[in-house]
Ligand binder design. Structure first.
Ligand code: DX5
Ligand code: ZN
Length: 223
């Protein structure tokens, strides 16, 4: 893969007692997007942020805010996220009955529309809506928590996802999320990912800005 890549720090792993400082640090390091993990305690066994955090982040930056909805009935969150200033809105296809309707609703609200696939969820779940997608997120861990290890089987799935997008002449972003760090990002990039979420690797470091730069550099490494 060549071309532009995006690094999207996940604030799930940030020190929330000093969120603004942490966000400024990653922006200074060149973070392209900010990734916000919205969990409802139902779709995943954890509870995190709502639209109020997106609105707070929007006051800190003009850069895209990438909302990852790990919730049942994502349709209930589309308007609140748009109103709060989200730029990208991604949900899981198992979480709603009318997937295409929600993708269209997200675009209608001026956001980029994304679908996320769990490790066990097949690419077939998105095949019939590729033209409705601005982003495809291949989960490289089971969603719910930061700090988990990259699942090696994901690399081949990223390759198949890239092949699907190419076959359909889709220009959707291909994002990966979970266990992305200096040791795993090059393989995901070589497999065809172009947008990289990282939580623990960035905010678990004493120098988050440097880690953003490091991750970007690692994408230039041949694997
Ligand atoms: C996991 C979330 C991820 C998480 C990634 O459910 O979707 O965005 O923050 O964290 P790391 O990079 O620590 O695996
Ligand atoms: Zn995420």
């Amino acid at each position: 893969m060549s071309g532009a890549i995006r690094i999207a720090p996940s604030i799930l792993s940030a020190d929330l007692t000093r969120l603004a400082d942490q966000v400024r640090a990653v922006l200074e390091g060149g973070a392209d997007w900010l990734h916000v993990d919205v969990m409802d305690g139902r779709f995943v066994p954890n509870l995190t942020f709502g639209a109020n955090i997106v609105a707070a982040l929007r006051k800190l930056t003009d850069r895209p805010i990438d909302v990852h909805l790990m919730v049942v009935e994502p349709e209930r969150y589309i308007d609140p996220m748009a109103d709060a200033g989200a730029s990208v809105c991604t949900f899981h296809p198992e979480a709603t009955i009318h997937v295409q309707r929600q993708l269209a609703a997200i675009r209608q609200r001026g956001m980029l529309a994304g679908l996320a696939l769990n490790p066990a969820s097949p690419l077939a779940l998105v095949e019939d809506v590729v033209s409705d997608l601005d982003l495809l997120l291949v989960m490289t861990v089971n969603p719910g928590f930061g700090g988990q290890s990259y699942l090696p089987a994901a690399t081949e799935k990223i390759q198949r996802a890239r092949a699907l997008l190419q076959a359909r002449r889709s220009r959707a972003f291909l994002e990966v999320d979970g266990g992305i760090g200096p040791e795993t990002i090059a393989a995901a990039h070589a497999a065809g990912a172009d947008t990289f979420v990282a939580g623990n690797a960035i905010f678990g470091s004493p120098d988050p800005a440097r880690q953003v730069r490091e991750l970007r550099q690692r994408c230039a490494v041949q694997v």
